[in-house]
Design a binder for this molecule. Structure first.
Ligand code: CA
Length: 335
């Protein structure tokens, strides 16, 4: 028991010190998605060039069971699927990645995300709509890009895949996690020292990855908000001392939402910081909150750097997801 605790502490220490001088790690959220369409290989190459430590992949399955890099189980908010395959929507009017073979998904163009209700772009000042040509990558293609850049530049950038909606995939007849783990294994990601964090919102699945599937990779329990009305998980309970203790039994890190760590400023202008980071550190977990965006800053911050200062210096996070890896890297180099 004592030896196990020692190993946990050493692992936690290694996690927090794997970058220069214990500086928080920069995770490129969907790539450098502030500048290029999210999850395009181009956005990943730019994130690499901007100095991200890790690059994120959200993973869903195609109809033929190939892991592809897309944020949603739907493809209609980021591609031209409605124009290319107008007959292929479900009764709810939505188009699902799992209804299309990889060959079909490869025919689609990736675009800046739109809000389906308004038809407008979510971030209007980002990469212009309909310009150039971007395609959906497979998880294997993206890993090969990052590993190839590591080989050609001498870099050590890691990957940060997320298993999307495993319970939903099961309802559709596909068990996504073992398929993703196989792709990771094929590309050399098998143990805790490898440059990878594997993340999931579904705590049943994250625990299964460790305990049932025997995965040794560093695991991240993502924590959402009950206000998003996702069935099945009580995210408020996950952030209590008991909840964090339970997560520490199977994971190495938590990925909370920024408002879980800082709730605003008090009457003296001081940031109000919850005890979530301390609670996690006490259990040996590192903390990587999402998402730092210069075009969607918390109301109590004056600038991207201000947000970085509060979270890195005051709240003592260990890493962060950002759409703008260059800004985070620049801040950390200067501070
Ligand atoms: Ca994600």
């Amino acid at each position: 028991m004592q030896r196990c605790a020692m190993i946990c502490v050493l692992l936690a220490f290694w996690n927090t010190t794997m970058t220069d001088a214990g500086s928080p790690i920069v995770i490129a959220h969907r790539g450098a998605s502030g500048y290029l369409p999210e999850h395009s290989l181009e956005a990943k190459a730019l994130a690499y060039g901007q100095g991200a430590n890790f690059i994120e992949q959200d993973v869903v399955l195609s109809k033929d069971g190939i892991p592809v890099v897309l944020h949603d189980i739907h493809v209609d908010t980021v591609t031209d699927v409605a124009a290319v395959f107008p007959q292929r929507k479900r009764e709810d009017g939505r188009y699902y990645a799992i209804d299309f073979t990889l060959a079909e998904l490869k025919q689609l163009h990736l675009n800046e995300r739109i809000n389906l209700k308004t038809g407008k772009r979510v971030f209007p000042d980002r990469f212009p709509a309909g310009q150039s040509s971007f395609r959906i990558p497979t998880l294997a293609e993206e890993i090969e890009l990052i590993q190839g850049l590591n080989a050609s530049t001498g870099g050590t950038v890691g990957i940060y895949p997320e298993i999307k909606q495993p319970a939903w995939h099961k309802q559709q007849g596909q068990d996504i996690t073992p398929i993703v783990l196989q792709v990771l294994k094929t590309h050399g990601y098998t143990d805790a020292n490898d440059a990878i964090y594997l993340q999931c919102f579904d705590p049943t699945e994250t625990r299964r990855i460790r305990e049932e599937l025997g995965c040794q990779l560093k695991l991240v329990q993502l924590i959402g908000s009950n206000s998003w009305n996702e069935a099945g998980v009580d995210y408020d309970a996950m952030r209590t001392a008991e909840g964090i203790k339970a997560i520490a039994q199977y994971a190495d890190a938590i990925g909370p939402w920024m408002p879980h760590i800082v709730t605003g400023r008090d009457s003296d202008g001081k940031p109000v910081i919850t005890d979530l980071v301390k609670r996690a550190h006490d259990e040996g977990l590192v903390v990587h909150p999402y998402t730092f965006r210069k075009d969607e800053l918390p109301k109590y911050t004056k600038s991207f750097d201000d947000a970085m200062m509060i979270f890195c210096e005051d709240a003592k996070i260990d890493g962060l997801f950002t759409d703008f890896p260059d800004l985070a890297v620049k801040f950390l180099q200067q501070n």
